[in-house]
Structures are given as C-alpha cells and as structure tokens.
Write a protein that binds this ligand. Structure first.
Ligand code: NDP
Length: 296
C-alpha cells in the first residue's frame, strides 16, 4: 500500500480524506490543530503526522485542502515544510479553491525540485464529499493528472482536466461567483415577494418549475432559508474569497464585469457584518436586515 498524505481536515477536507482510507492507500494526515488530526486518525485507522514534512515523507501524492492558496504556499518552507519532505517525482494535488496566480507560483517553486503540481478544487459540498461524488476540476499537465487519478477517483465522481496550472482554480472561481449571484438575486426577489404577501414555498414551487431555477432555489433555499436552519457547511468567508478571485480573474482577462465586481463587494460586506463562522447562505440575513423583514 503506497502512503498518501492529506493536509487540512476542515469541513470538506475531512470527508474527502476518509475516502483515501481504503485498501489502496496507507493514509497519513496532518492538520494545523493537531487534536483534529489525532481524532481523525483514531476514528479512521489512519496515521497522523506532527508536521507537513513528516506527512509528506515517502509519499508519491500529497493532497492539500486549505482555505486559500496563500496557506498552501505557506506550508512549503522551513524544516517542517512540505519541501523538506516531498521527494523528486512526487506530486502535490491542491484541492483548495485557490487563485490561479498563486497556484502558478507554487507550481514553479515545486518544479525546481522536480515535484509536480495540480490545482484540483472540488464542488459538490460536504454532502458530495461524504458520498464520494465530488466534481474535481484540474489544472496541470495530463501525465501528472494520470498519476494522481487513483487518489482523485476515491472522492471524485467527475474529474475534468481543465487546462494548464490555474485553470481548475479559474473555473471554480467563476462557478462560485455564479453561486453568489444566485444567492443574492434570489434573496432579493424572495424578500420582495414575501413582503407582497406571497408565501416563500409558493414562490419556490413556481420558480423551480420555471427558467430561473438553480441549485440555490432547488436545494439551498428550501433547506436553509425556508427552514431557517442555516447549517454551517461552507463558510461565508470562503465564498467571499472565491468571488474576489473571480473578480480579479475577470479584470485580468479585461472582461467588463460589473455584476461580478458588485457581487464581490456585497459578499465582502456580508462577511464583515456576519463574521468568520457564518455560512454562505446566511448572506440572505443581510438582505433581510436592510430590507426590514424576514423571508416568510
Ligand atoms: P474549513 O474552514 O472548514 O477548514 C479549513 C482547514 O484549513 C482546516 O483544516 C484548518 O485547520 C486549515 N487551516 C486554516 N488556516 C491554516 C493555516 N494558516 N495553515 C494550515 N492550515 C490551515 O474550510 P473548508 O474545509 O470548508 O474549505 C477548504 C477549501 O475547500 C476552501 O478553499 C473552500 O473554499 C473549499 N471548498 C469548501 C466546500 C465546502 O462545502 N465546505 C465546498 C467546495 C470547496 P484548523 O483545523 O487548525 O483550523
């Protein structure tokens, strides 16, 4: 069984890593807060490492899933860093929803040591991760992806080679900007309908049989806004980061993007208002506060 390392046992990282605990791999995990790695290892029969270097030693594939590309880059250096543990010929697969420029810089640094890099952000949420049915969007060269496939297949159902390093991050950011637009526009529309006396269940019943429907209207709003549950599965802080990446990417490509830029401003303000622990769908609460009513 070849060893494989997974670093970053957060809301989505932990259920992804669980799929690597299978007969094909000898899983070793590392997490910034060591108690989480120890608990994960004990519950899943994996080993846990004290440092990124220790986790990476002897592994052909090292997977990271951290908040941003910046945290990934910060794990590379020092005596305990990934570069101290990763061998020539090994691969870093970064499942963070990262930014293309930092991923390219990280790939270049790794290439100097003969180490491959793939940006491989995922979509499908915590539910998709638990079910092993994530979509994985990969940037990097095809031969490197081929070698990483056995690992990606454990938690991914649809694995798409998107282009060179940074392409996976770019597609993920554009997808996230669309998710953010859907949340905000449906929140505004539903609040107006609610104020006009239309029941939210009735509004969603119509919208979900019509051309405005989306994952937000079909799943997120019925489960979270109507039920006022707002489970914390994907942080508002992270979608704020994603929309910023999209806004930056569109500016770099010289695409006039007023909608994406405004969405980035709205989510940055919502993040500032609701704090670090709020879930992304809770952005609707800002619309409700400024609109002076609740969607009900
Ligand atoms: P969480 O905030 O739940 O977890 C973040 C993880 O990163 C934790 O393991 C945390 O360690 C670690 N971490 C944070 N800062 C540092 C640091 N400076 N150095 C080392 N480790 C650090 O995030 P998620 O798991 O939700 O998200 C991870 C990535 O996946 C993000 O890029 C996100 O956008 C993306 N994603 C998330 C989805 C979701 O549904 N949650 C869906 C699709 C993509 P510690 O335990 O010590 O805090």
């Amino acid at each position: 069984m070849p060893p494989i390392a997974f670093l970053g046992l957060g809301a989505i990282g932990a259920p992804m890593a669980k799929h690597l605990k299978n007969p094909d791999f000898d899983l070793v995990v590392w997490n910034r807060t060591p108690s989480k790695a120890a608990a994960f290892a004990a519950a899943n029969g994996a080993r846990h490492a004290k440092t990124p270097a220790e986790a990476a030693r002897g592994c052909q594939i090292v997977i990271t899933c951290l908040p941003t590309s910046r945290e990934v880059a910060s794990l590379l250096d020092g005596p305990d860093g990934l570069l101290a543990g990763m061998a020539n010929g090994s691969i870093l697969v970064d499942c963070t929803s990262g930014d293309p420029a930092t991923s390219r810089a990280t790939a270049a640094r790794l290439a100097e040591k003969g180490i491959g890099f793939l940006d491989a952000p995922v979509s499908g949420g915590v539910v998709g991760a638990e079910a092993g049915k994530l979509t994985v969007m990969v940037g990097g060269d095809a031969a490197t992806l081929e070698r990483a496939m056995p690992a990606l297949n454990t938690f991914g159902e649809k694995i798409v080679h998107c282009g060179p390093v940074g392409a996976g991050d770019a597609i993920k950011a554009v997808n996230q900007a669309m998710l953010a637009v859907h949340i905000w526009s449906l929140g505004e529309g539903m609040l107006a309908l609610s104020k006009a006396g239309v029941k939210p269940e009735v509004a969603l019943d119509v919208i979900n049989a019509s051309s405005g429907r989306s994952n937000v209207s079909m799943n997120l709003f019925p489960q979270r806004v109507i039920g006022r549950a707002f489970p914390r599965t994907f942080k508002l802080a992270l979608i704020d980061k994603d929309v910023r990446i999209a806004a930056q990417f569109l500016r770099e490509q010289n695409v006039p993007s007023p909608l994406t830029q405004l969405t980035a401003e709205l989510f940055a303000a919502a993040h500032a208002e609701l704090g670090e622990e709020a879930d992304h769908v809770e952005a609707v609460k800002v619309i409700e506060r400024t609109g002076g009513a609740e969607i009900k």
